[in-house]
Design a protein around this ligand. Structure first.
Ligand code: C2E
Ligand code: MG
Ligand code: MG
Length: 696
């Protein structure tokens, strides 16, 4: 369709009324026609010929010609409409389809009416024919679209912007919600979205008005039967029947939400045990720090590592290892409250947040429970396995008030528990001596400890692999701190040496251990030799030997039961003096052992002159015995040296069967280490000695 624009002047000067009409007809694709009812002659405007694709010159217009273009289905309709005109004096209109002279299908809109004379006799039939093919295609598309929309499985709603009432719902919406269309049209969005609040709707509207973009929200819909499902909604603003409204396209995303939750669970949980993983644990820890800060609460972190798990994994395979981990994790879960968090950090490491702990004894109780649970035999695939757990504890806010340090300190404490013989728990205690302030604090507490008798003695057996007998026990000090629990020598002996309290402390240990030994003897038990750790500084004191003699006498302790351990470095510090002092002791019948042998540079000449009975190979060589060729060589050399000097030899820190086998093969039968027993309190040793006695 083309339109030529004329200016006013042109219109007035050049165009007749007929010409303007012609232009307008072409513009609207509309034609006019008339039939003289007297002569039956038809006249068509130029546009009419174009609609039928006919040549004006060669065509004689007639109603029959028009009928001939109509498709079969529309012919009767058109004839009836025209016939009706004479009786019904109104304008008629109808739509019909033709195939034009070029074979193109067209959709026409016809208007027609009869003109009568004054006597009411019909004169003319006049009418218009408009080619509305384009509009009709569009209209058909729209109607098909709305049919599809209506029958769509997706939920479509049109909602009144002001009242939130449903103005339109499609069948998908009815099906999803379980209401009929009639029911829904009486309801508002609040009835089907029970969790939607007025505030939320207001917020949504505001957001919508500001951006005028399509909104995407997720909501929980409630069906007629009160069950719910998750839906995702696209919301567009429209005008519907002259009302401001919005159209909502909803999809049920319950499955998607489930999948999302599953993926989220996978990202935050350990796949083997289903426990929270490190990421989720970190999250929970930071939450609990925040809430504890707010509410002034305490909590404890328990870092747990399974002992011997690597052995299980290596010797029986990962399948069994996995089963053991699962069992261990459910045992851990059983040991805590539902409010506490248990997470797997990876491998055989677990971590627990114990909430609201007030007393240290509460934490200890949980640890005892865990240790007991984990120790129970594990039956998997026909194997009965035994594992244990080492636990390190840090406390909020006492030890630290941030995630990083709390985890680090619990980890450090866990290693301490491992070093102290595993199958136990340790509280984190600040590395004492790290600052002058802490040093002073420690010095003061040590002084109080001496005064208030806070020290106890543990005993670790020395065992002969050949005879399978215990030859004696080494006395090892422990500090039972009223607040920090059990403290190990490494954390206070260096300070005690520095401030001189070690002299006093060693006397306390000596008396306690000697008293214990004579008690055992009096009970008819045989604990063998008592090995006491003593400082050369102590032996150098003039009053030491008289004091020793007096103590032994007071406590009915036989000097033959005693062995004094002196560190190699201290002996070799002033070897001449050491020879003199140690000889005096030896003359009393006391045995002398050199402790931590291999760590200082002993001169062979002095070694020969010292009144020695025993060398104790330092545990640092035993620790890496199997992996380090150097340590193997040193150990062999020390054994050979002891043999050549006719000295007994004891290996310290024996933790594994393979270390034991190596030592045995190389001629060292006396061992001390966690493989046989860790240092134990006196009551445990009493039980052990009774067992030995009974089995004899
Ligand atoms: P030490 O005299 O060499 O004692 C042996 C240490 O090795 C003990 O540590 C013992 O628990 C540990 N140990 C034993 N078997 C194993 C094992 O299989 N693996 C490992 N990793 N360690 C093992 P503890 O009881 O912590 O004592 C540390 C040190 O503190 C002692 O080393 C000793 O030098 C000193 N000490 C302990 N008690 C006293 C005491 O009453 N007086 C003095 N002056 N020093 C003491
Ligand atoms: Mg020792
Ligand atoms: Mg040692």
């Amino acid at each position: 369709m083309s339109l030529r624009l004329y200016n006013d002047k042109e219109i007035k000067k050049q165009l007749t009324r007929e010409e303007i009409l012609k232009e307008l007809e072409a513009m609207a694709n509309i034609s006019s026609w008339e039939i003289d009812l007297i002569t039956n002659k038809s006249t068509w405007s130029d546009q009419s010929y174009k609609i039928y694709a006919l040549e004006k010159q060669t065509t004689t217009p007639s109603i029959e010609l028009f009928y001939s273009f109509l498709i079969k289905e529309d012919l009767a309709k058109a004839q009836a409409a025209f016939a009706n005109l004479l009786t019904n004096k109104k304008t008629i209109s109808f739509e019909c389809n033709i195939i034009d002279a070029n074979g193109i299908k067209k959709h026409l809109l016809m208007y027609a009416k009869i003109i009568f004379d004054k006597e009411d006799n019909p004169l003319k039939m006049i009418g218009t024919t408009q080619d509305i093919t384009e509009i009709s295609t569009l209209r058909r598309g729209l109607s098909e679209f709305s049919k599809v929309m209506h029958n769509s499985l997706n939920e479509i709603y049109i909602v009144d912007y002001n009242t939130q009432k449903y103005l339109y719902v499609n069948s998908g919406a009815c099906k999803a919600l379980g209401y009929t269309k009639k029911e829904l049209l009486k309801m508002t969005v609040y009835d089907t979205n029970p969790y939607l609040t007025l505030e939320e709707v207001t917020k949504l509207k505001k957001q919508y008005n500001q951006n005028n973009e399509v909104l995407l929200i997720r909501a929980l819909h409630q069906r007629k039967d009160k069950s719910t499902y998750h839906a995702q909604s696209y919301i567009h603003s429209i005008h519907y029947k002259d009302k401001k409204a919005y159209v909502i396209f909803d999809t049920d995303i319950t499955d998607l939400i489930k999948l999302e939750e599953k993926i989220k669970h996978q990202a935050t949980h350990d796949s083997l045990t289903s426990l929270p993983n490190r990421a989720l644990f970190n999250d929970r820890l930071s939450q609990i720090i925040k809430s504890s800060k707010r509410n002034n609460k305490n909590f404890a972190l328990l870092f747990i590592d399974l002992d011997q798990f690597k052995k299980v994994n290596d010797s029986l395979g990962h399948d069994i290892g996995d089963k053991v981990l699962k069992i261990a994790s459910s045992r851990l879960e059983r040991s805590i409250r539902v409010d506490d968090t248990l997470a797997r950090l990876g491998g055989d490491e677990f971590i627990i947040i114990l909430k609201d702990v007030i007393e240290i004894s509460d934490i200890s109780k949980v640890c005892f429970k865990i240790i007991k649970e984990i120790k129970k035999p594990i039956l998997v695939d026909g194997h009965t396995l035994y594992i244990s757990a080492s636990i390190g504890i840090s406390k909020y806010p006492k030890d630290a008030d941030n995630e990083k340090d709390l985890i680090k300190y619990a980890d450090i404490a866990m290693y301490k528990a491992k070093n102290c013989g595993r199958d136990g728990f340790e509280y984190f205690s600040t590395p004492l001596s790290s600052s002058a302030y802490k040093k002073t604090l420690l010095d003061n507490s040590l002084r109080i400890a001496v005064k208030e008798d806070q020290f106890i003695v543990y005993y670790q057996p020395q065992y002969n692999i050949g005879t399978k007998q215990i030859s004696g026990f080494e006395a090892l000090i422990r500090w039972r701190h009223p607040k920090d629990g059990l403290i190990y020598p490494a954390n206070f002996i260096p300070n005690a040496k520095e401030n001189g309290l070690i002299i006093e402390i060693d006397k306390i240990v000596m008396k306690k251990a000697m008293k214990q030994f004579s008690t055992w003897h009096k009970k008819g038990l045989n604990p063998g030799t008592l090995a006491l750790n003593l400082m050369m500084k102590q032996l150098n004191k003039d009053d030491f030997i008289p004091m020793l003699i007096q103590t032994m006498k007071d406590l009915d302790f036989n000097s033959k039961w005693l062995e004094l351990e002196v560190k190699e470095c201290q002996v070799m510090d002033n070897p001449q003096n050491s020879i003199k002092k140690l000889k005096k002791l030896s003359e009393l019948g006391v045995k002398i052992a050199i402790d931590d042998f291999g760590t200082a540079y002993s001169s062979l000449a002095y070694l020969q002159k010292l009144p020695l009975d025993k060398l104790k190979i330092d545990k640092s060589f035993i620790l890496n015995l199997l992996s380090s060729e150097d340590d193997k060589a040193v150990t062999k050399a020390i054994i050979a040296l002891a043999q050549s000097l006719n000295l007994k030899i004891v290996a310290e820190g024996v933790e594994s069967e393979s270390q034991k086998e190596f030592l045995q093969e190389n001629g060292c039968n006396d061992v001390q280490g966690f493989l046989f027993a860790k240092p134990l309190p006196a009551n445990k040793i009493t039980t052990l000695l009774y067992e030995i006695k009974e089995n004899r």
